[in-house]
Design a protein around this ligand. Structure first.
Ligand code: UDP
Length: 487
């Protein structure tokens, strides 16, 4: 027999602040309390720290009639947390430098959005597979934002084999969520996290929001085993997501047409841009900082992989007319995987074969605060992607007031206003691209007008606005019945 004292949410679940409970050990007392107060109490209790007489206790610690056992829920959120969110980013960490390997727009998206949500008092736990043995179990990034590394499979599992670690990842996330007092919603990024999120939704009975970032049926290689299995998994996740986020109208249409997503569950959630870093500046100063002369400068930013079309950027440089014989192309970023390394080697060979070595400069991935200098120094940013769900690079360039020449695909179609903030090019003929670049280089007035409009368009995007939209979405989902699984 001991006195059990209850606090905050666990007190609410029990309906009393204190009770006398039978039991010879701390574990017995808690088991008797669960039997008395029921499953809601048990759920809250799982997240609690347990003390005996004011110090942390083990279940096996003995108790007598004068002992006091206390259950204390985690002190998270303190006064006024607006909600708690589990953000799943299984295959890559928001803390990695984007622009090489598997780290790109999604990493930026998860990092910036979670921070913006945390600033609006939505507590975010971002769950990442622990793919480096050196990583600590968790990192508190800032108040309200922590990144949790879940052990699931050995560190070096290749991306193609990651599906095999999903069970362990899911279990690890569930254990952490239970330990820390539950969540209001789950937001999964990319299909692997979507599969984990789907299972977690059912285990916890909480709404699932999904953002795919790329979709197998939109990327190429239909019929490939990886594509087929992934597409099927994506379809199941879409069917049971309470909300599927699309980066823009093109992706929304693709989700409905290619995956049968019910249109009323697809929300367009456009990414933002950090205006404190990406803003118009002094191009001359930027050029001087990068040791560039008065020659025209084209810029490519991003991971090097076939989908990103770097080769077309180099061919565009080569196709410029003689009067632009001194023009330079800066390539900021590194290779993504084996395909990326092969692509980079091919592009380097192409550069050498075309006698362009002195005109193409390869630059290692840069953090955002340095990247802004590259955007400001450039006359034109090239985005020659074969597919692009949004295209953060195009938005960052616009925010810096730099015209963009982009492929007419995916999210770029909505982002680049043809003839007003840059040009969209429908084909992949370097001559068409070079022609558009020359239009911008030749007509300084058009370029200046484009810069003004690009910066104005970019001002319509901010991470805070994205977070506001999503916070409203998570809130509404608390009142709705969860979508039921048909799979
Ligand atoms: N990026 C970066 N440093 C680099 C190259 C790229 O921080 O050296 C960032 C870039 O600023 C952008 C992201 O990586 O925020 C790329 O996003 P995008 O949507 O353009 O392409 P994705 O990687 O998603 O295919």
């Amino acid at each position: 027999m001991a006195t059990l004292r209850l606090f905050a949410s666990v007190r609410q679940a029990a309906g009393v602040a204190a009770a006398t409970v039978e039991g010879a050990t701390v574990g017995d007392v808690l088991a008797a309390a669960v039997a008395r107060f029921g499953p809601a109490f048990e759920e809250q209790l799982q997240a609690c720290r347990i003390w005996r007489n004011g110090v942390p206790a083990e279940a096996s610690d003995p108790v007598g009639p004068d002992d006091e056992v206390a259950a204390l829920p985690p002190v998270s959120g303190g006064a006024g947390a607006a909600g708690r969110l589990a953000v799943l980013s299984m295959h890559t960490s928001p803390l990695l430098q984007p622009g090489a390997g598997d780290s790109g727009g999604m990493n930026v998206y998860v990092r910036e959005l979670s921070a913006a949500l945390a600033h609006r008092r939505t507590e975010c736990s971002v769950y990442v597979r622990r793919f480096s043995a050196e990583w600590p179990p968790e990192i508190c990034v800032e108040p309200g934002l922590r990144v949790v590394h879940i052990p699931a499979g050995p560190p070096g599992v290749p991306k193609e084999a990651l599906a095999g670690t999903l069970d362990a990842f899911t279990e690890g996330v569930l254990a952490d969520i239970r330990r820390t007092g539950g969540v209001d919603a789950i937001h999964a990024h990319y299909w692997l996290s979507g599969v984990a999120g789907h299972r977690i939704k059912h285990a916890l009975d909480r709404p699932l929001v999904t953002t795919f970032h790329t979709l197998a049926r939109v990327k190429e290689s239909p019929g490939e085993a990886e594509t087929t299995g992934r597409a099927r998994a994506e379809e199941e996740v879409v069917a049971c997501s309470d909300v599927v986020c699309a980066n823009g109208p093109t992706e929304a249409e693709q989700l409905v047409r290619l995956y049968g997503a019910p249109a009323d569950r697809v929300e367009i959630v456009a990414p933002g841009v950090e205006h404190a870093l990406f803003s118009p500046g002094d191009p001359e100063g930027a050029r001087a900082a990068l040791d560039l002369g008065p020659e025209p400068v084209l810029l490519f930013v991003g991971r090097v992989q076939p989908l990103k079309g770097l080769e077309l950027a180099v061919r565009t440089l080569a196709a410029l007319g003689d009067r632009y014989g001194a023009a330079k192309l800066l390539v900021v970023g590194g290779p993504s995987g084996q395909q990326g390394r092969a692509e980079l080697a091919r592009v380097r060979r192409l550069t050498a074969a075309g006698g362009l070595e002195g005109r193409v400069r390869f630059v290692a991935p840069q953090p955002h605060h340095r990247l802004a200098t590259y955007y400001r120094a450039a006359d034109v940013v090239l985005v020659p992607s074969r597919s692009e769900s949004f295209g953060l690079v195009a938005l960052e360039a616009a925010a810096c007031g730099t015209p963009v020449v982009a492929a007419e695909v995916g999210g770029l179609k909505a982002l680049v206003r043809h003839g007003r903030t840059g040009f969209l090019v429908a084909d992949r003929d370097p001559r068409s691209w070079a022609q558009r670049v020359e239009e911008i280089l030749e007509d300084r007035l058009t370029a200046a007008a484009m810069a003004l409009e690009a910066a104005a368009v970019a001002r319509g995007h901010s991470w805070d606005a994205t977070a506001e939209l999503l916070a409203g979405c998570y809130r509404r989902l608390q009142q709705r019945r969860l979508v039921e699984c048909l799979a």
